[in-house]
Design a protein around this ligand. Sequence first.
Ligand code: SF4
Length: 308
Amino acid sequence: MPDRYRVVDGRIRNDKCEINVVEHCNLSCKGCSHLSPILPKHFVSPVDISTDLSILARHYRADEVRLVGGEPLLHPDLPAVAAAVRASGITERVCVVTNGLLLDRMDESFWQAVDKVEVSLYPGRHPSAEHHARYEDRARDHGVDLVASRVDRFRQSYTELPNHDRALTERVFRSCKIVHDWRCHTVANGMLFRCPQSYFLPKVLTEHFAVPDVDALRIDAGEDFGDRLLAFLDATGPLASCSQCLGTSGHLVRHVQVRRTQFRTEQEIPAREMVSRRQGHRWLRARGRKPLESTYRRIRRAVSRGRR
Ligand code: SF4
């Protein structure tokens, strides 16, 4: 199961930690795993971020804090958020992950506040080459890393239909790169989540989850918080959210924009039909683990072994 977390000088180390500075977006991508096309406007407050990260930083350090969304450039005061992150002592690097369409609006204070800008280029929805060249100049002038990558396909990310198949949920969790490899921890509303999906799915799919914080650890100043944090991150079983999530096992689909009113309807497919068996198995084998076998296949093997 997941590699255990390193603790250095009393602090848990991780590559990255994410903050959804806004949850809405100027695009409406069919496969959005943060469910932004259907989320209302929400802007994170620099004061709240400062409080949560300052407490968390006593026990946890990230190489990089990533400001994500939704579309983070919709936040009216991104430099203040970046400053709050830096002042908390949780990291020394602040990265913004954006579709780049609003980069033109960003002034000096933005470029001075961040260390890295990652631009996802979606088909037909990306800055022109001319604009991009201008952003490269600005990034160079301010010592900011500017990285752009094409995103032509998305993985199907969750199902709207109830999923009671525990073996499938277990397999999706075990092969989930988001929680085991990328470790995209998410801080939101005074809580820590092991992956963004376990923040967004229970919040939106209220018919499947009784409470939105079912998979959360509340950030508090208790003396034993560091121990509770490590136990929370090292836990080996599936999260409640995994039952509706496809992790990194969903089929790859072409990137398209959908009407916001259609976004949820598009996900009304049984989990079993949305999962790519090959994807999960390849990942498990690469890590020296055996994919879970279906009960049917186990019985069939046992019967054929008995016949020999
Ligand atoms: S909810 Fe489960 S399957 Fe989905 S990203 Fe998180 S750990 Fe992975």
